[in-house]
Design a protein around this ligand. Structure first.
Ligand code: 13P
Length: 341
């Protein structure tokens, strides 16, 4: 492990108002997105769609520090034969790779999941490094419901995250450590806060035990929001204050940057929350975005699988990238959205 290099990459991923494009949907997940825009889930369509984002040069250069890829994409070539990884690098952005292999039911824990993919991970990381990846992602999923999460689900997922992170650093790859508390349930905000604190505390404990260098990771957490079915929406300031409170309690200042997932928030909510947190200021780590849906929903809709819509999709992508970049600096204003509309 070269900690100086790892730290440099982690800082570059989260600094200067730039954030990460999570374009690592598995083939099954991208099918759901394509179904919503009436587009067939073929290898060519997946390539064309991702290529149009990576070729939005201004957005990539100014606002996107890194791109998380799915295995298919890291080996894929653009229509003109250029490897997609080279297009990302030419825009000054860092290629990254999702390395978890999804989730499986956790035995004896009904309704709970464990993320899998540790077997042979060391070999896969070497191949991904050679293909240009300088960071990786592993997502743990914690659901809130009646009697869950259990201690076993919290512990097993935190342990797997730490094993993954240690393997990444041994391969000179920065691990994005992503323990996601889902916002799907009917729980209130206080429950999200309690569970997020629990999984973060356990995760940093496991990272310590696994001897992971915190200067060489990026944390990708959820924000503290009420469950979607709670019927009790929270204000932007309440979300920002609770999220900063939890992070200050759980995340050591040695971590260079925190890049949030959007998790099902609307585009504008995800931007407003990030902006409000950065407006609080005085934080020990950079706070930015690593959004999937909140960056891509608008360009996907604009594209709708049609070549003649590529320019409109690129404009939509540019807009969301710029709004989130401003939010990462605490310089976003709601009327900037309306002006562009
Ligand atoms: P969302 O922003 O759509 O939650 O995706 C981010 C991500 O990478 C989830 O693992």
């Amino acid at each position: 492990m070269n900690l100086r290099d790892l730290n440099k990459v982690a800082v570059a991923m989260t600094a200067n108002g730039k954030g990460i494009l999570a374009a690592d949907e598995s083939t099954g997940t991208i099918k759901k997105r394509f179904d919503a825009i009436g587009t067939e889930n073929t290898e060519d369509n997946r390539r064309d769609y991702r290529e149009l984002m990576f070729r939005t040069t201004e957005a990539m250069k100014n606002h996107i520090s890194g791109v998380i890829l799915y295995d298919e994409t890291i080996w894929q070539k653009a229509k003109d034969g250029t490897p997609l990884v080279d297009i990302i690098k030419a825009a000054g952005s860092i290629p990254g790779i999702k390395v978890d292999e999804g989730t499986k039911p956790l035995p004896e824990c009904p309704g709970e999941l464990i993320t899998v993919g540790l077997d042979k991970l060391a070999d896969r990381l070497t191949k991904y490094y050679d293909a240009g990846a300088r960071f990786a992602k592993w997502r743990a999923v914690i659901d809130i419901g009646k009697g869950i999460p259990s201690h076993n689900a919290i512990h097993a997922n935190a342990h797997a995250l730490a094993r993954y992170a240690a393997l990444c650093q041994a391969a000179n790859i920065v691990p994005i450590v992503e323990p996601e508390v889902l916002m799907d349930g009917d729980h209130d905000m206080a429950t999200c806060e309690r569970v997020t604190k629990w999984i973060l505390t356990e995760t940093f404990q496991e990272l310590f035990i696994a001897k992971v260098a915190l200067e060489g990771i990026v944390l990708k957490p959820n924000m503290i929001v009420p469950g979607k079915k709670s019927g009790k929406p929270a204000s932007v300031d309440a979300v920002a204050e609770a999220t900063v409170r939890v992070l200050k309690n759980c995340v050591p200042g040695a971590v260079p940057g925190i890049a949030f997932l959007s998790g099902g928030q609307s585009d504008e909510e995800a931007t407003a929350h990030l902006d409000a947190m950065n407006k609080i200021g005085n934080l020990p780590w950079a706070l930015t975005f690593s959004y999937g849906r909140a960056l891509q929903a608008a360009p996907q809709k604009a594209w709708s699988g049609k070549a003649e819509n590529v320019a409109a999709a690129q404009r939509a992508f540019m807009h969301r990238a710029k709004m989130n970049s401003l939010a990462a600096l605490g310089q976003w204003k709601a009327d900037m959205e309306k002006k562009a509309a």
